[in-house]
Design a binder for this molecule. Structure first.
Ligand SMILES: [Zn+2]
Ligand SMILES: [Zn+2]
Length: 362
């Protein structure tokens, strides 16, 4: 018989979990494995709230396991390392992003692309190698194989840096892979949320020209003045869209709601690439003709491998790139989820786990 979450492992853990598709989060006692030879254990200090957490706690993709402790933008301080760990030591600041395991033998793993391994194990809501369910960062303690541990440079703030572990790498990786991370390129960023706003910052740091494409004209000032975008397009304004036809080398589309993509294809130069990183619940409407006219492509991209995630964090620290965050206490999380559902956040909620989680235990 399967053991209760509290008794599966030797190390006591406490966090907040969703129990059913209502997605309501509440205090939850569980356990974590003891520190293995290659494991790093750390005290969680901050955890970002990703849009994926919202989808998952409500089982919107139909794959959720309950009880679910979400959170995959996790940072903290190392409290224990296994005997074979060389990457970090006790007291170091570290992070864990979207995954905690993979097969380490396939072509993807051998190319430092654990994120595309067919046996990739997600940080929460996945089944780990020991057959137990993985639990995420809305919790007091975390343990992971050192391969999945990211070193946090001293100058990178932990709270505003946490969202980079998912939002950051999700936009950094396609900018690099699709050849958009260089001066002279003109990049479009669709959607100015958690992903989009760091997308603008990374693209600018790479020296690209950046156009933000959004449905809300109200975000224009923020995009241009706060985030440093070069121009702003209101996607619902046919005149503005018409004037921008054929101007972009690539577009990173971060929108996770249903939206028309054919107008975006029109904005691309010949050979331009539309890269989707948001995950709408329903299929998108794709017409082929706009692709053929200009040899354009539509692609997807999902987070990044661990080597690239470390590279991204080091790049962010060097260029002072962080997310714009609203730091909240643990007991505010359900309200934060409601606000996130309405995109009422500039731009990422980050839970101050280290200072507020214990108080929610009674
Ligand atoms: Zn995420
Ligand atoms: Zn693999």
């Amino acid at each position: 018989m399967a053991k209760a979450p509290e008794q599966e492992h030797p190390v006591k853990a406490f966090g907040w979990a969703a129990r059913d598709t209502s997605g309501h989060l509440s205090p939850f006692n569980f356990s974590r494995r003891s520190t293995g030879d290659e494991d790093v254990r750390f005290k969680v200090l901050y955890c970002g709230i990703c849009h994926t957490d919202l989808h998952n706690i409500k089982n919107e993709w139909g794959i959720s396991l309950y009880p679910m402790v979400p959170g995959h933008e996790i940072v903290g301080e190392v409290t224990e390392v296994g005997s074979k760990v060389s990457k970090v030591k006790e007291g170091d600041k570290v992070g864990v992003g979207c995954m905690v395991g993979a097969c380490h033998a396939c072509e993807s793993c051998n190319s430092n692309l654990e994120n595309y391994c067919p046996k990739m194990i997600l940080t929460y809501g996945s089944i780990y190698a020991d057959r137990t369910v993985t639990y995420g960062g809305y919790s007091d303690t975390m343990v992971a194989n050192e391969r999945y541990i990211v070193r946090f440079p001293e100058n990178l703030p932990l709270d505003a840096g946490a969202p980079l572990l998912c939002a950051g790498i999700t936009v950094y990786s396609p900018l690099k892979y699709f050849g958009l991370a260089e001066p002279g390129k003109h990049v479009g960023i669709v959607g100015l949320g958690g992903l989009g706003h760091v997308g603008v910052k990374f693209a600018k740091a790479f020296g690209a020209k950046v156009t933000v494409i959004s449905t809300s004209p109200s975000k224009k000032d923020e995009a241009l003045k706060q985030l440093g975008a070069d121009s702003f397009l209101v996607s619902r304004d046919p005149q503005q869209m018409q004037a921008a036809i054929g101007t972009l080398d690539g577009i990173i589309d971060t929108v996770s709601a249903a939206h028309p993509i054919v107008p975006l294809l029109g904005l691309l130069k010949p050979h331009g690439k539309l890269i989707l990183v948001g995950v709408p619940e329903k299929p998108l409407d794709l017409h082929v003709f706009p692709l053929i006219m200009g040899r354009k492509s539509v692609a997807g991209s999902g987070i990044g491998g661990m080597k690239e995630t470390q590279e991204m964090i080091d790049f962010a620290a060097k260029h002072n790139i962080t997310a714009d965050v609203e730091v909240i206490s643990m007991d505010y999380v359900n309200t934060a989820m409601e606000r996130l559902a309405k995109n009422d956040v500039r731009y990422r909620f980050v839970i101050d786990v280290g200072n507020t989680l214990a108080a929610s235990k009674d």
